[in-house]
Write a protein that binds this ligand. Structure first.
Ligand code: OFO
Length: 170
């Protein structure tokens, strides 16, 4: 019920979302090891969101009668040189994911696959929000994170983030 090329792209996106989950888990672990539990919490929740995104792609493929092909998840490279490095890596990664979603959208547009375009609309918006969230975090780190008291307060603030399931229902 889906075009073959679109199905392959959606399957690949499952893998990218699972990789995002791995990457953010890894970043969370990095901060936990540095006793920055608020940063660790923020990325742990981000990881949960990515896991949920993978499930949404998976369910969309299944609901359309296609086969889900799970691929191996690459190990993240985590040689972070300082506290800022994971934030920059997360921002770069979000840009990569946005480009990937846009590619699927462009293909769906070409194929006049309006159903997939409508499904992807939520992700287009979500990526816009996620890019802004990580960019804000980078900028706030630049402002406050290099001062120990500022870092302490920022870490405390990030500890309050809680998980909310995606609003998209499949
Ligand atoms: Fe899957 O939300 Fe950004 O990457």
């Amino acid at each position: 019920m889906l075009n073959d090329k679109i199905t392959v792209m959606l399957n690949n996106q499952i893998n990218k979302e699972f990789f995002s989950w791995y990457l953010y888990l890894d970043i969370s672990n990095y901060y936990a090891n540095k006793n920055l539990d608020g940063f660790a919490n923020w990325f742990s929740i981000q990881a949960q969101e990515e896991y949920a995104h993978a499930q949404l792609f998976l369910k969309y493929i299944l609901n359309n009668g296609e086969v889900v092909k799970l691929l191996s998840i690459a190990a993240p490279e985590s040689n972070f040189v300082d506290f800022k490095a994971p934030l920059s890596a997360a921002f770069e990664h979000e840009l990569f994911i946005t480009a990937s979603i846009n590619e699927i959208y462009a293909e769906a547009y070409t194929q006049k696959d309006f159903k997939t375009m409508q499904f992807l609309d939520w992700f287009v918006k979500e990526q816009g929000e996620e890019e802004k969230n990580v960019d804000d975090l980078c900028k706030r780190f630049d402002l406050f994170g290099t001062d120990p008291r500022g870092l302490y307060l920022l870490d405390n603030e990030l500890a309050s983030r809680v998980y909310t399931a995606p609003s998209l229902v499949i």
